[in-house]
Design a protein around this ligand. Structure first.
Ligand code: SF4
Ligand code: SF4
Length: 493
């Protein structure tokens, strides 16, 4: 078995661009903390040319990303109970999640949903590190599974891309660059339109697309600019979106502990690293005092963020598993067990402990359970119709010729369902007369907000001095949906 030497804290590292280097190359092991993997010592950006990855994790990630992409592209066309799967209509302030329509009146549900999301991220990251980043983050999925693959297809693997960039501007180079960037922009435009259909719905998007462009100049300009932003991110900005923009990576140091499962290099097994000699039998390698890492740098050369995982968990690591695949391939070739780089916790590596349910994880889980329960109660108990009653602006009270007093109100009724709903307002207490102005019956169209003026009359005997509390029932098909409370103004005695 390999030696179990403690890691050298000043150990591994990489220098400069990250394509594979000869194993025996002299490397300054201590400089990785002084600058980003994508920048040189002067802070200038270093372009990353990650090599193609082959391996089981990449294969699983590819299938998973196809599934996610299929959901993303098909999402606007999928309906549940007559509503889209997901719609974020900010303009009309209407939101649909899994076919359920939410209005600004459901703000409390939205606030709880945000809390559920934040705590889920805490729990998940504490337990499993940045699994989300590597497997499901739209930035990683689009970059690694779509744009990067297109780049390989047009420009070839890392060394060919590097050679192409350094070559003079010949016709084939110009053709390749125009093809790549043209395709990148077209894809960005397509993605931009798909995202827009999550905001305005595919029917409206289709209408805009089929109308003459002159009718939607502003919208088209916005879409072109939006697509340019996408294009810029995937063509140039790339891994820097994860390093500089995304706050999630920066939260790692707060959320991860020695029990979190992360993509980790098993230093107890890999050190003391050294190149393997051609004639060396791997099973006898431990006798020489060397670990399993043969310092081939394959794990570095495939990393899209330009880091060396052997330096330990780093902010730049998006847990894409490329280094795991690369190292597994190397281990298989030299006849060593796979998993020198694997999903593991620090305690799992150093003490061989399995994933532990720590007190921190337990507290997060309890909070999450409470929030999810609250969310479920709010969602399943919310009514299909919601009314708000407000005094008409600037109105006080009026006395009628017959001595009755009247107050004018405005009622707003939101219909959250996909069918028209008849609504009736009844004055429950005190006895009096309630009249919806201008209409006999209120029929609120599906998914719409309707507004009506309501006149309420009371006899002086039923009134209190100043303000009289009023209780109004909101009914549909004879069933009470909601109770409204307001006050009726009158003279002070
Ligand atoms: S791929 Fe594996 S063996 Fe090669 S340098 Fe990385 S950790 Fe060491
Ligand atoms: S260190 Fe490994 S898992 Fe992390 S980003 Fe680089 S290749 Fe991906």
């Amino acid at each position: 078995m390999p030696t179990h030497l403690k890691p050298d804290p000043t150990s591994p590292g990489k220098k400069g661009a990250v394509e594979a280097k000869p194993a025996a190359q002299e490397i300054n092991w201590s400089d990785f903390r002084d600058h980003l993997g994508t920048a040189d010592r002067e802070g200038r950006r270093q372009w990353i040319y990650p090599r193609k990855v082959i391996g089981r994790f990449f294969r699983w990630r590819t299938w998973f990303s196809w599934l996610l992409l299929a959901i993303m592209f098909a999402g606007p066309f999928i309906t549940l109970r007559g509503n889209p799967l997901l719609l974020m209509n900010i303009v009309e302030r209407k939101f649909v999640v899994f076919g359920q329509i939410f209005w600004p009146q459901d703000m409390i549900i939205f606030a709880i949903a945000v809390l559920v999301f934040v705590v889920s991220v805490l729990v998940f990251t504490t337990a499993f590190g940045r699994l989300w980043c590597g497997w499901a983050c739209p930035q990683t999925v689009m970059m690694e599974m779509v744009f990067r693959k297109l780049e390989y297809l047009i420009e070839g693997d890392a060394h060919q891309q590097r050679a192409l960039d350094q070559a003079p501007w010949t016709a084939p180079k110009i053709f390749k660059k125009i093809s790549k960037h043209g395709l990148f922009y077209a894809l960005s435009f397509l993605v931009g339109n798909v995202l827009l259909s999550y905001i305005i719905g595919w029917q409206q998007l289709y209408q805009i697309i089929t109308d003459p462009p002159a009718q939607h100049v502003t919208g088209l300009s916005f879409m072109i600019a939006f697509s340019l932003l996408f294009y810029g991110i995937f063509a140039r900005f790339r891994e820097q979106a994860c390093t500089f923009i995304c706050p999630y990576g920066r939260m790692q140091s707060l959320l991860l502990d020695e029990n979190s499962i992360v993509v980790a290099y098993d230093h107890t097994r890999g050190e003391n690293r050294a190149p393997i000699k051609r004639e060396q039998v791997f099973a006898e390698r431990w006798q020489t005092g060397h670990g399993d890492c043969i310092a081939c740098n394959h794990c570095v050369s495939v990393c899209p963020t330009g880091i060396d995982i052997r330096n330990g968990t780093q902010m730049e690591c998006v847990h894409c598993t490329a280094c795991m695949d690369a190292c597994d391939n190397v281990m298989t070739k030299i006849g060593a067990p796979r998993g020198l780089i694997r999903y593991a916790s620090l305690n799992g590596i150093e003490r061989r402990e399995p994933l532990r349910f720590t007190p921190r994880l337990a507290i997060y889980s309890v909070v999450l359970t409470v929030l999810v329960s609250l969310f479920a109660v709010l969602v399943f108990s919310r009514s299909d119709v919601e009314a708000t009653l407000l005094r008409a602006p600037g109105s006080l009270f009026q006395q009628m010729p017959d001595g009755h007093f009247s107050n004018l109100y405005t009622v707003k009724v939101v219909n959250k369902t996909s069918r028209d709903v008849p609504v009736e307002l009844r004055l429950e207490n005190p006895a009096g007369n309630l009249q919806v102005m201008g209409t006999g019956n209120i029929i609120v169209p599906s998914q719409k907000l309707a507004e009506y003026s309501v006149l309420i009359e009371l006899e002086p005997a039923a009134m209190k001095s100043g303000a009289t509390p009023l209780f109004i029932g909101v009914y549909s098909h004879g069933k009470r949906l909601q109770n409204l409370k307001t006050s009726f103004l009158g003279p002070r005695n």
